[in-house]
Design a protein around this ligand. Sequence first.
Ligand SMILES: Cc1cc2nc3c(=O)[nH]c(=O)nc-3n(C[C@H](O)[C@H](O)[C@H](O)COP(=O)(O)OP(=O)(O)OC[C@H]3O[C@@H](n4cnc5c(N)ncnc54)[C@H](O)[C@@H]3O)c2cc1C
Length: 435
Amino acid sequence: MTNDYDAIIIGAGVIGTCTAFELSKKGYKVLSIDKMPEAGYGSTSASSAIIRTYYSAYETCAIAFEGWHHWRDWQNYVGKHDGLQPIKYRETGCLVIKTDHNHNLAKICEMMTRIGCPYSDVTSDQITDYLPIADTQKFYPAKAMDDDGFGEPTGGIVNGAVFFPAGGYVNDPKLAADNARRAAETHGATFLFNSEVTQILTFDGRASGVKLSNGQKYHAPIVINVAGPYSSKINSMAGVDKTMKMTTRALRQEVAYVPSPSGFDFEKDGLVLSDSDIQTYCRPELGNTVSIGSEDPPCDDKEWVDDPDNYNQEFTDQWTVQVMRMAQRLTGLPIPNTASGIVALYDVTEDWMPIYDKSDLPGFYMGIGTSGNQFKNAPVAGKILTALVEKCEAGHDHDKDPITFHLDQINKDISLATFSRNREINQNSSFSVIG
Ligand SMILES: Cc1cc2nc3c(=O)[nH]c(=O)nc-3n(C[C@H](O)[C@H](O)[C@H](O)COP(=O)(O)OP(=O)(O)OC[C@H]3O[C@@H](n4cnc5c(N)ncnc54)[C@H](O)[C@@H]3O)c2cc1C
């Protein structure tokens, strides 16, 4: 069989485009296919695009700190190209509230020390030095709006916080995917938009290409699933879902945009706040706005979505409860009558950590289950998937002898077994968007 390409990538979100970039830099002839009209149109465009280094497992902290180096030096990562309008990364730093529940961040700080990522301890009294509008009372645990005591303090002030200076957010996540797409194109990658993959082709016991809804077939010995919330559908087309321990499912999420409290310029003076006491996070957004997301407390119902093309895109009470929780922390935060923000889907695994792996179908790989927290890791995910392809195609048995991956920027090694499709559920996880 004649191959049209060396590798076909299904999905041109931020993970897919960074993978196309990394593979094409290594000389692979890449075809990226997306059913949307442009790069980053899928869940990437909805991303809060927060860049932070704290996760619950060593390997995820390490890849996030590695990735941070690329965001702060993005132009160098994607290269200078004619007409390229690069994203802006705004380094606000991240303030993370200590709770008994997160063990006052002791384990995360230990991991930061191991990877050489800076942080500083913030006493309860110092929190307002970082966020002058913070009300430092405790509200834990988050409650549903109709629970007794909703919105009322639960006694005392929070235990303190940790400030991570290496963190912030990207102004335009969709543009980040487009930047990586253009960088990939300069290395010879081809992008095909408005084209839906409906079948994974196989030949002689391995992946051999894809078929589109219009009947067109493209052949390549490597096919990579980076389809975001559609990942389980693509895995099922390839028939690899039945033999994996981990699964991926689309989860509906709402992000609220609310004006900054009067007299405070959150866009200019705000920062990324991860608040495990109110189980909500926020960051500055354009137009002096606060963008508010959920840290998925157990009291909130999870809305799993079977068909990513068909889910409720209207705001619900979830929007209101997130805003009201953030109003517990940010003094004077207005609660508008009209909801604005984003409704979108995460692609979630059992332990909210991604799957970067091969599959039981030779030639078929996956960068999926990004669980609402892998935008920041896209450049590293692209490099990890490239290393998996290179080594597995050269005959390495990654399942038996997991690949060790070197993180160049921070000079650390991690085992890619952490991201295996067949791992045991990682009990270190927060089982939330924190990962
Ligand atoms: C509301 C929200 C907030 C988030 N906030 C953060 C954050 O602050 N920080 C962070 O690090 N991460 C965050 N994330 C997570 C992050 O945005 C995602 O992990 C990341 O964007 C996923 O990128 P992707 O390329 O894997 O998927 P996507 O961007 O979803 O791309 C997948 C692509 O595959 C295409 N596709 C699917 N099926 C087919 C098919 N059959 N044929 C052709 N194409 C197909 C889709 O059209 C889509 O464009 C957030 C996510 C959401 C939804």
